[in-house]
Design a protein around this ligand. Structure first.
Ligand code: CMC
Length: 433
């Protein structure tokens, strides 16, 4: 028997049966689509806390058990055994690639990693100290002005081309924005380097210096990219979907996603965590800081803690924490990051034993430790959220493609509960009190 939920309007006695829909995993959802037609009502769910906005076959999160799957594969296995580009292929196509598919995909990404010289000139319009997220959002939106002949969203070949172009060019744009800040010459992407090696080269190469590639650093960044590649219907992904639902081009949609990711409640948290750890400065200052974030009269939050979906450990945080332990020894030979890591571990320990955090099920999220690894890799704080955006491009574009390929796609259009003035007549200015 099909399960339903009955919703009754007590004022009229009218009822409707709302079907309960079941997915492969996770909580069932109530299909409320008939509500407005049958009862003339909408649901009220600010911030979409209990709303499933779409069907998706890409990523699954069980927030209570700390599970994250991409196309069914656990994040722990992908972080250990896969590569970022293979995860991109998986997110986009639904299956792990054969060797030949992977070779073709990698070749296309490399081929399209170079930027049109005209796009490079966009950078000259930015302030010398502009935030790199501002440059990233601007230049990615500007891509729509270059590739409009291959931007028919209803053409599958064009959609694939947009996906490859975005994944290929994102590290190049990110590295260019970093070099622009420092006034360093632009470094072209190299065909003979892997995705992560190429990114390091574009970021750090100097014409007057040898640029040795540290395999530990490459592995660490590869893991970071995999862990950030997709995360279900988070704020930036939902933004990309909403923008795309109006049939806007994918570059504009991803630029909208970048803007949303920038906020400190979302991707900007990795930058905010480092600022917070620096502000705490010493393990002895932690108890006072904990009291500050618990104070309801103070807006300060413990950055890198809490998550809308995870009410248990964020599995990505667990992987990064372990990686931090393993990698800091090798990457941070000078021990520069060690005090920050110690403050982070002590902060985590104290918070996890504190009733405030226990009651609210607030655990460390992916951003709590990611900044420490990125700092150890020599990546400046301002670039952290940019790195998150480079990684999340795969998820954004996979989710955008899935939406466009859904025959039931419609423009997104939430409703509201209007609480403003009741209808009234216009008063000429001379008669206003
Ligand atoms: N520090 C102190 N209190 C917190 C925190 C925190 N980090 N997070 C939530 N709370 C409290 C909050 O004050 C509220 O308390 P009360 O019930 O007494 O009013 C309760 O916990 C529930 O919080 P909420 O704001 O309703 O939770 P939410 O699901 O809307 O917010 C969040 C999720 C991630 C925005 C929030 O936990 C937060 O601001 N965390 C810090 C920023 C951060 O680390 N963001 C990165 C998220 S993971 C990376 C990503 O996916 O982007």
């Amino acid at each position: 028997m099909n399960k339903t939920v009955t919703i009754t309007d007590n004022s009229t006695g009218k009822s409707i049966e709302c079907p309960i829909m079941e997915g492969t995993h996770g909580e069932p959802v109530i299909d409320t689509r008939a509500l407005s037609k049958e009862l003339g009502m909408f649901t009220f769910d600010p911030a979409f806390v209990t709303t499933a906005s779409c069907k998706s076959a890409i990523t699954f999160i069980d927030g209570d058990r700390g599970i994250l799957l991409h196309r069914g594969y656990p994040i722990e296995q992908l972080a250990e055994k896969s590569s970022y580009l293979e995860v991109c292929y998986l997110l986009l196509n639904g299956e792990l690639p054969t060797q030949q598919q992977m070779d073709t995909f990698t070749f296309s990404i490399r081929r399209l990693s170079i930027l049109h010289e005209g796009l490079l000139s966009f950078f000259n319009g930015f302030q010398h100290n502009a935030h790199p997220m501002a440059m990233l959002a601007g230049v990615v939106a500007g891509m729509s002005s270059y590739y409009h002949e291959e931007m028919d969203i209803y053409n599958p070949a064009h959609r694939d081309m947009c996906a490859i172009r975005l994944i290929g060019k994102m590290p190049t744009i990110a590295a260019k924005s970093f070099r622009y800040l420092l006034g360093r010459p632009y470094v072209y992407p190299q065909h003979n380097l892997g995705y992560v090696e190429n990114f390091f080269n574009m970021m750090f190469y100097l014409p007057n210096r040898e640029m040795p590639m540290n395999p530990t650093a490459v592995k660490a960044l590869e893991i970071m990219l995999i862990l950030h590649a997709d995360h279900e219907q988070n704020a930036s992904t939902s933004t990309v979907r909403l923008a795309g639902s109006s049939q806007a081009n994918p570059y504009a949609c991803v630029a909208a996603g970048i803007a949303t990711l920038w906020g400190p409640a979302h991707g900007g948290a990795n930058e905010a965590v480092i600022n917070m750890l620096q502000e705490i400065g010493d393990v002895k200052n932690i108890p006072a800081y904990i009291e500050l974030v618990k104070d309801k009269n103070n807006p300060t939050r413990l950055m890198g803690f809490g998550h809308r979906v995870y009410k248990n450990f964020d599995p990505r945080a667990t992987i990064i924490r372990t990686a931090c332990h393993q990698l800091l020894g090798e990457l941070d030979a000078s021990g520069e990051q060690q005090p920050m890591f110690e403050i982070a571990m002590e902060l985590e320990r104290i918070a996890l034993e504190d009733e405030y955090f226990i009651e609210r099920k607030l655990y460390p999220n992916v951003d709590f430790y990611s900044g420490i690894i990125l700092s150890a890799l020599g990546i400046p704080t301002k670039m952290f959220t940019v790195l998150f955006a480079v990684a999340r491009t795969a998820g954004w574009i996979a989710q955008w493609k899935e939406m466009i390929e859904d025959p039931d796609m419609k423009i997104g259009r939430p409703r509201q509960l209007y609480i403003g003035a009741a209808q009234r007549d216009y008063v000429p200015v001379a008669q206003r009190l």
